[in-house]
Design a binder for this molecule. Structure first.
Ligand code: CP3
Length: 344
């Protein structure tokens, strides 16, 4: 059956090489945009903002209207899951603050029934789908279990992850039970996102890079593979992008063993490795340095040429290697959009 041609992002994620790479940016909705700051100022707090479908849908659409990216990413946060499971989560000036969970307190306060608190997210997705241009893809997302667990156990961001890693070393079964609970919640949450209209899923494992073996296998590969398998069983046509930030040479194993359709490259993955060892297995996304985008000018131009030169002859979704920084001038994003329309 000759259906509609695939949207550019879906074509790239299915393995096609496009003459110009489709693009979107991690954290493309956010504080670098004055129209985001204006709406955000009206919300009581960041969580209310995420869970108010009219506001969340509007900020999801803002960067698409301004720059015409090929994908919108749902406006939400990876820490909505711990909150829905019953943990207290607050976003303060210095970052998120959670009431930490620990082996002695155990998991008994965490309940999957609380996931109904996430229902507004599905309404946001439905609203965004109604308003997106026909060629634009909507990406849903969640944190991968290890990264979500670090916030739950450390009580916020961390440099060395002593509590989370310590628990994983000392009590592998107990820590595995925590990862299982997060995985179960994540599968349910992402299934509902897809049913509501998300066309691609990205799993953010921002702290994958801090785990040595055997923890990398147990905490990153295992739970990711389990989530991918369960989603693929029900939604075989929905592509999944994995972002094991900092995985280095283990990107290859991640691409082989988790079942993801694409890997999101951080800023430091060598492009020759990405081309020779990853792009033959999966589509790749990334890996522009957010500081090159912030810097703009010839630094931005050179970085774009380098990435397109190395990865443009295989399946590529152009993106950053981590999120847009709040200080980024919006004009630099507009310039990037223009650079990506030019042939190389
Ligand atoms: O990418 C997007 O535009 C979609 C929305 C999105 C947000 N967070 C909105 C947000 C996504 C995909 C995330 C993912 C996320 N959240 C990750 C994984 C990606 C990464 O950056 O490594 C992580 C680790 C979090 C947890 C989180 N949320 C932290 C550590 C912080 C504080 C740091 C900061 O930038 O303020 C947040 C807050 C947050 N999430 C903001 C936004 C737009 C800023 C909050 C505000 O507007 O006040």
């Amino acid at each position: 059956m000759a259906g509609e041609p695939l949207k550019p992002i879906l074509a790239a994620l299915s393995g096609q090489t496009l003459s110009r790479p489709p693009w979107w940016l991690m954290r493309q909705a956010g504080r670098y945009l004055p129209e985001y700051r204006a709406l955000r100022a009206n919300a009581a707090n960041f969580i209310e903002f995420c869970l108010t479908p009219t506001l969340a849908a509007e900020v999801t659409l803002q960067p698409i209207r301004r720059f015409g990216m090929d994908a919108a990413i749902l406006f939400a946060d990876i820490l909505l899951i711990p909150r829905a499971l019953g943990q207290s989560v607050e976003f303060r000036e210095g970052g998120p603050v959670l009431e930490p969970i620990s082996p002695d307190k155990g998991l008994r306060h965490l309940r999957l029934e609380g996931l109904s608190a996430l229902d507004p997210v599905y309404e946001t997705i439905a609203r965004v789908r109604r308003e997106l241009p026909a060629r634009t893809t909507l990406i849903g997302f969640a944190g991968a279990p290890w990264t979500v667990a670090t916030y739950m156990v450390e009580g916020g961001g961390s440099r060395d992850y002593p509590a989370a890693k310590g628990w994983a070393y000392r009590d592998p079964d107990g820590f595995a039970a925590l990862l299982d609970l997060i995985s179960e919640a994540t599968v349910r949450y992402l299934a509902r996102q897809i049913e509501a209209g998300a066309e691609v899923i990205q799993l953010f494992d921002s702290w994958a890079g801090v785990l040595p073996e055997p923890l990398f296998g147990r905490c990153v590969i295992g739970p990711t593979r389990s989530i991918v398998q369960q989603l693929k069983q029900h939604f075989p046509a929905t592509p999944i992008i994995g972002f094991p930030r900092g995985a280095g040479p283990r990107y290859e194993r991640y691409a082989d063993e988790t079942g993801v359709d694409a890997v999101a490259l951080d800023t430091v993955v060598p492009l020759e490795m990405a081309r020779d060892r990853l792009q033959s297995r999966v589509a790749v996304q990334g890996n522009l340095d957010p500081i090159a985008l912030l810097t703009g000018g010839s630094a931005l131009e050179a970085a774009v040429v380098r990435i397109r030169g190395a990865l443009g002859s295989g399946p590529l979704v152009f993106n950053l290697g981590h999120g847009v920084l709040p200080q980024t001038p919006p004009e630099h994003v507009a310039r990037l959009a223009q650079l990506l329309t030019e042939p190389i």
